[in-house]
Every structure is written in C-alpha cells, then in structure tokens.
Design a protein around this ligand. Structure first.
Ligand code: BTN
Length: 329
C-alpha cells in the first residue's frame, strides 16, 4: 500500500485523536519528513489534518472528493471498485475513459470516476451537465457472458440499482422512466448511458455510465434543463455525501448483476416494473426515426418495451424517449 494511503488509514483509525510524527514514521517505516510530505499531499486532497509540534497529527475531517480511498472506505462489494478505481479531478467523459481501459483489458468491476466532465455524454448525443464536485459521474466495466441481444436487460438492472440507491438514502418519490432515467417528482435526477463492445457475437465489455445530480443547488441548474432536471440538494435542501451514495450504488449494482447471473432477468424485471409504474400508461416514444404512440403492456423477457397501438398492433421497442400522455413528464 502506498505510504499516503497507509498514513490515511492510521489517521482514520485514531479517530480524531493525536498521533505523534514519530509513531507514524515508525509504523510506516519512513522518515518524519516523509510523513510530513504525505500529510501535505492529503491536505491538498481536501483532508483536514491538524498538526502540532508537540502532539503530532490528527484527522479532523475527511475529504469530500470522490477519491478511491473514500469510496472504498466501508465499500461492501466483492469486486466492483475493489481492484481498480481510476479517479480524475477533470476528464472529458468517464465513459470514454472506461471504454479505453476496457479495450486495454481492465478487469470486470473496474470503475472510472471524475469530479468534473468536460464532455459528459448523455443518451442520443446529448451533453450531460457535469459541474465540478457536485455530482456523481461514474462508469463501471462489466464483462457479462451473455448474448449481445440480452444486453438491454443490464440497462434495466442499472436503472434499478440507481433508483434503489436513492430510495436507500432519501424519502423522495423516486421513479424510473423507461428505459433508465431516474426521476423525482417528474424531474430527471439521474441518467445512465450504457455502451457495449461486441466481438463477433460475444460481448467484450459493457460500460454502465451513471450521472447523478447530487449537491447542485436548484439555482445552479442551467436554464435549458432547469424545468426538467433536479438534484438531491434541490429536492431535500441537504448536502449529501457523494462517496456514501456511490458506495451504495456499487453495492446494489453488484448485487443485481449477481442476481442476473444466477436467476436471469425475471427478478430484475419485477423490481424494474415496480419502480417504473409504466404498465397500462399511454405514452409517446420518440425513436431515432419514428415516433410511436400507445399503451405500454409489458417489458418482455429480453428487456424490450411492448407497446400496443390504438389499432391493436404491438411493437417491441428497444430505445427511445418516453413521454407519458396526459402527464408533463
Ligand atoms: C442520459 O442521457 O440520461 C444518460 C446520462 C449519462 C451520464 C453519465 S455521467 C458518467 C458517464 N460518463 C458520460 O460521459 N456519461 C455517463
């Protein structure tokens, strides 16, 4: 373990009590000036560490950045986020980076996370608003052994993970909008962009990219999305720990992925339906070229939406933008 991480562990273990520079240096098997250097590095990362010539050092406050050490602290997963978390203060897009490292062989469960994205990608070529330090911008690499045709099932599983994360941390009325937008009171709070690489008829990797608006004040939402988007802070008036939310999300995602591998899609489909409350609703779906209109009658075992038109015909739809007829969302 790098000296900085070992030092942080010792400071955390001491729970705000002082530890002398000498004790730290002996435990880490480095010089006292090396300890000081690493303390400075931790302070630069946002840890509030007090120092006293007599007493040594003590940790007063953790960093609020989404640093790997903060994400992993208390993370109850077997795989996701355990082996590899690539952290960036600023990046073009975590999905772009995740695709790059996946193509280079990064293992399943690797995570890319950033404080800010300069080219955050939304679905259908849109831009994802990604202000520094306010949201969760995270991409997870999966390497499922399923046919590419079944990949939409994972898209729905990731939406369940995100929705259940919010339900676990707040009392907000969270709902999924097909396929994987997360809404609170009709406004979008999170979105998921899944991207896949297929090699012949085998999936090489799937990237699950989550964007979650956490601590953006309502007045900072840009005017073009202010009417349709929201954040946890705007809804609750509170600042919420992004690391705690991200841990829950990784735990839920890993749990649902394991469930999917053990028992296929059906239990996930049921949880998705419960959170989406879309069956029986009249909707309009804007696809790439066509707009469909009708009643949602089911999500089929492959994860496609089944729509019944007024003329009685049914369509299986893989992707599109849904609006509920007779509702502003
Ligand atoms: C949507 O349009 O609803 C999907 C938004 C997905 C945004 C996330 S932020 C992390 C990851 N990296 C990206 O560039 N996009 C996804």
């Amino acid at each position: 373990m790098p000296t900085k991480d070992a030092l942080l562990e010792q400071l955390k273990e001491a729970k705000e009590s002082w530890i002398s520079g000498e004790t730290l240096a002996a435990g880490l098997m480095v010089s006292r000036s090396a300890v000081w250097k690493q303390v400075r590095a931790l302070q630069d990362e946002g840890y509030l560490i007090e120092s006293s010539t007599k007493k040594g050092y003590r940790l007063r406050k953790r960093s609020e950045l989404l640093l790997p050490a903060e994400i992993r602290d208390g993370l109850r997963t077997a795989l996701f986020g355990q082996e590899r978390i690539d952290y960036f203060p600023r990046i073009d897009s975590t999905n772009i980076r995740a695709r790059m490292i996946a193509a280079e062989g990064a293992p399943e469960g690797s995570v890319v996370v950033a404080e800010e994205q300069l080219q955050g990608k939304g679905r259908r070529g849109r831009v994802w608003f990604s202000p520094a330090g306010e949201g969760i911008y995270c991409s997870v690499i999966l390497r499922p052994r399923i046919p590419p045709y079944d990949a939409p099932q994972l898209v729905l599983a990731s939406a369940v993970a995100a929705a259940e994360t919010l339900l676990g941390h707040t009392a907000l009325p969270v709902a999924i909008k097909w396929p994987n937008d997360i809404l609170v009171s009709g406004r979008k709070i999170a979105g998921i962009l899944t991207e896949m690489s297929v090699d012949m008829d085998r999936i090489d990797y799937v990237i699950i990219g989550l964007g979650l608006n956490v601590n953006t004040p309502a007045e900072n939402l840009p005017p073009e999305i202010a009417g349709i988007a929201t954040s946890l802070r705007a809804e609750t008036g509170q600042t919420i720990s992004r690391a705690a939310l991200l841990r829950t999300y990784l735990e839920k995602l890993e749990g649902l992925y394991a469930l999917f591998q053990e028992r296929n899609f059906e239990p996930i489909r049921e949880r998705w339906l419960d959170l989406a409350k879309i069956i029986g609703r009249q909707v309009k779906i804007a696809g790439v070229e066509t707009t469909y209109e009708g009643e949602v009658v089911d999500i089929d075992p492959n994860g496609f939406l089944i729509l019944k038109s007024a003329d009685g015909t049914t369509q299986r739809i893989l992707a599109g933008d849904v609006s509920l007829i007779g509702d502003c969302s």
